[in-house]
Design a protein around this ligand. Structure first.
Ligand SMILES: C[S@@+](CC[C@H](N)C(=O)[O-])C[C@H]1O[C@@H](n2cnc3c(N)ncnc32)[C@H](O)[C@@H]1O
Length: 282
């Protein structure tokens, strides 16, 4: 099989699941990961004959992609804020939007020594990206899933970054954490009514624990974290959240009711109200 035939096989086999541009991107990521071939390779050497072992790797990857398994789970890794992170089905695949949340925090929070807590950390992506850019900060990251924390710890070791990992349920009202200057969280926020517009690869393969909240309580995690913030944040501390754009107004009201000084909404690159910051004055 030639390289262009392999790419066309990807296109023909995956067109029920992905758009053509997405399939081409998957193919390029696959050959970059396994063979370190540049993304221009398909254009420059379309007639290159694949060796039997290369063909076998491409076929095996395609077979898994046809079951809607995300490529990042097949490769076992992804890149987040320039860090190579292990991912497996116990953790959500970090999203580009969440990189924007990290960038916002880095823009606003300077180099001074700070204590920062990442709640619902999953792969550890947010905590680790902050640890990389702000080595003087003391970072703690919390998740309820022991399996997710195992992966987060592997990611911190592989990147030589120090974070205190803690297994805890942020919904437990009795939860206490050491005082901190800043809380960040990308908690579960997808409503069951949004399932119909979700891609099969997310629904079938990413952990439901990381995604969903009850339809009747969309702010479940934000409420618990804002309450936790009242007893945990130092004066003038801040909370940064990734949010469901459908719930931004409700969340601003909740923050006001719970005594937070003000809220600032930030849009993501798609123009959606995706992030919010609350400041805690008391
Ligand atoms: C949307 S994922 C975010 C993961 C990661 N922070 C990111 O941005 O990619 C939400 C995470 O919340 C965790 N989680 C779910 N329920 C939780 C709870 N009650 N307490 C703590 N963590 C929880 C899940 O295990 C999952 O890792």
């Amino acid at each position: 099989m030639t390289l262009i035939e392999a790419r066309n096989l990807f296109r023909n086999s995956l067109n029920d699941l992905y758009l053509q541009a997405e399939i081409d991107a998957l193919f390029k990521s696959c050959i970059a990961h396994y063979f370190q071939w540049e993304s221009t390779k398909v254009g420059l050497a379309p007639q290159q004959q694949l060796k039997p072992d290369e063909e076998a790797i491409i076929s095996a990857t395609l077979e898994k992609l046809q079951t809607a398994t995300p490529l990042q789970y097949i490769l076992g890794e992804t890149i987040f804020c320039g860090l190579k992170l292990k991912v497996a089905p116990a953790v959500l695949i970090p999203r580009p939007e969440t990189e924007e949340l990290v960038e916002w925090i880095l823009e606003e929070q300077n180099q001074d020594r700070k204590t920062v807590v990442d709640l619902c950390t999953g792969s550890g992506c947010i905590a680790l990206a902050l640890a990389k850019q702000r080595p003087s900060w003391q970072l703690t990251a919390v998740d309820v899933s022991a399996e997710a924390l195992e992966i987060a710890k592997e990611n911190s070791n592989a990147n030589s970054l120090k974070v205190n990992w803690k297994e805890a349920d942020v919904l437990m009202p009795a939860l206490t954490l050491d005082k901190c200057d800043c809380i960040v969280s990308n908690p579960p926020y997808v409503l069951p009514s949004e399932i119909k517009k979700m891609h099969a690869n997310v629904l079938k393969h990413e952990p439901a624990l990381a995604l969903f909240v009850p339809e009747e309580n969309p702010l479940l995690f934000y409420d618990a974290i804002l309450q936790l913030g009242r007893k945990t944040l130092n004066p003038n501390g801040a909370i940064y959240f990734e949010i469901n754009p459908l719930c931004s107004d409700q969340l601003i009201n909740l923050g006001n009711q719970l005594g937070y000084a003000y809220a600032e909404i930030k849009k993501d690159i798609f123009g959606k109200a995706r992030f919010i910051k609350f400041r805690f004055i008391a």
